[in-house]
Write a protein that binds this ligand. Sequence first.
Ligand SMILES: Cc1cc2nc3c(=O)[nH]c(=O)nc-3n(C[C@H](O)[C@H](O)[C@H](O)COP(=O)(O)OP(=O)(O)OC[C@H]3O[C@@H](n4cnc5c(N)ncnc54)[C@H](O)[C@@H]3O)c2cc1C
Length: 378
Amino acid sequence: MSKIYDAVIVGGGIIGCSIAFQLVKRGLRVLVIEKERMISEASSAAAGMLGAQSEFSSDSPMIPLALKSRAMFPQLADELKELTRIDIGLVQKGLIKLAFTESELCELQQQYQFWKTLDSSVRWLQRTELHELEPNVTAEVSGAMYIPNDGQVRAGDLSLAFAKAASVSGAEIREYTEVVSFVTENDQVRGVVTKSEFIYADNVIVAVGAWSAKLLRETGIELQMHPVKGECLSVITEQPLLQATVFAKNGCYIVPKWGNRLLIGATSIANTFHKHVSVQGIYRLLERAQQIMPQLAEAKWEKTWAGIRPQTGDGLPYIGEHPIYKGLWMATGHYRNGILLSPITGVLVADLITKGKHENMNLSSFQLSRKNGITLIT
Ligand SMILES: Cc1cc2nc3c(=O)[nH]c(=O)nc-3n(C[C@H](O)[C@H](O)[C@H](O)COP(=O)(O)OP(=O)(O)OC[C@H]3O[C@@H](n4cnc5c(N)ncnc54)[C@H](O)[C@@H]3O)c2cc1C
C-alpha cells in the first residue's frame, strides 16, 4: 500500500502553495502535484498589485476577503523571509487610479463615492496634488483617486516563497505529474489518479487555476469558468519615474518594480489558453502607457510575457467543498486577484479542512453550490 497523505493539493500555483503552507503549519502530511514546473502559469505572470480597494466600485462579498488578505502581507513577508530567505518585494506606496474620458471620470467618481464613506484615507486628487505625488504622470487627466493602502509585491517571488516555505516545513512536491481524475468511494474522495499511478489522501484540494473546469468534469460537475489571457511587458528607465502604482480606468496599469523597471499590463483576451504575445496587444498597452507617462518613450525595452487568469461566471472565486464528494475541496477562480487573495485563501481552506469552518468569515458566496455556480453533468 502506498503512502496516504492527509492532503494532496493539485496545482503548484500561488493558491495551491499558500494552502500547502497553511496545512503543513497545522501538522498535516501534504503533497503538492504540479503538471509542469511549480509557479509556471498565471502566478508568475502577475503584476503583483494588492488592489483590495482599486478592484471594487460597489459592495461585493470579495471586499472583506480582499481587505483581510491585504492586511496579512506585512507579517507574511517577515514570516516567509525568515523561513525561506526570499524577499517578496512588498511595497506599500499606494495606487493612483486615473480617468481620461468623461465616462471614465464618471465611473471613477462613483468608485470614490463608494470608498470615501468606508475609508477616509482614500482621496480625490487635484491636478497639483497628483503632480506633487507623481511628477512624471501626465497632467492631462480628467480625474485621479489615491488609495494609499493598496500595495504590491513581486508575484513570482511570493509564489516561490509559499512553495519553499511549504517544502521546508515538510510538504512534498511533485512536478511534471498531471492529475487526470480522482479516486472516490461512495460520496468520499480517496485520492487522485495521475497518468501513471493512484495517490491516496483523506483530502484533495483542486487549485489548478484556469484548468479547473476540465478537471472537475471528472467529478460530474461543470464549473462556470473560462480562461482570460493577459499580456504584459516591462521596460527599464535611467531614473525611477514612479513611486505609486498607476492604474488607468481603461485597464492599463504601470507598476514600479526593482531596478528602475516598470511593469506595464495587461490585456484581457477571453477563452484562450494560448500564451503567445500579440503585436496588437503590446502596441495597445504601449499607446495607453505613454498616454499616462510620456517619458516612457525613452525607456529601454526589457521583455513581454502572458498568463492565463481563471475567471468565473459571476466573478467570485470557488472556495469550498465539492457538492457530491466529501474531502474534495476547490480553491480556484481568483481571476485578477489571486496574488492579493493568496494569503487569506490558504488560511480559509486550511481552516475548513482542519476545523470544518472559518470564524468571522461568511463563505456562502464562494461555495460551489451557490446560485449559478455549477451545473450537474448527467
Ligand atoms: C497578466 C496577469 C496579471 C495579473 N496581475 C495580478 C495582480 O496584479 N494582482 C493579483 O492579485 N492577481 C493578478 N493576476 C491574477 C493571478 O495571477 C491569478 O489569479 C493567480 O495566479 C491564480 O493562481 P492559481 O494558483 O489559481 O493558478 P496558476 O498560477 O495558473 O496555477 C495553477 C497550476 O495548476 C497546474 N495544473 C493545471 N492542471 C493540472 C493538473 N491536471 N494536474 C496538475 N497540475 C495542474 C498548472 O500547470 C498551474 O501551474 C494576474 C494575472 C495575469 C495573467
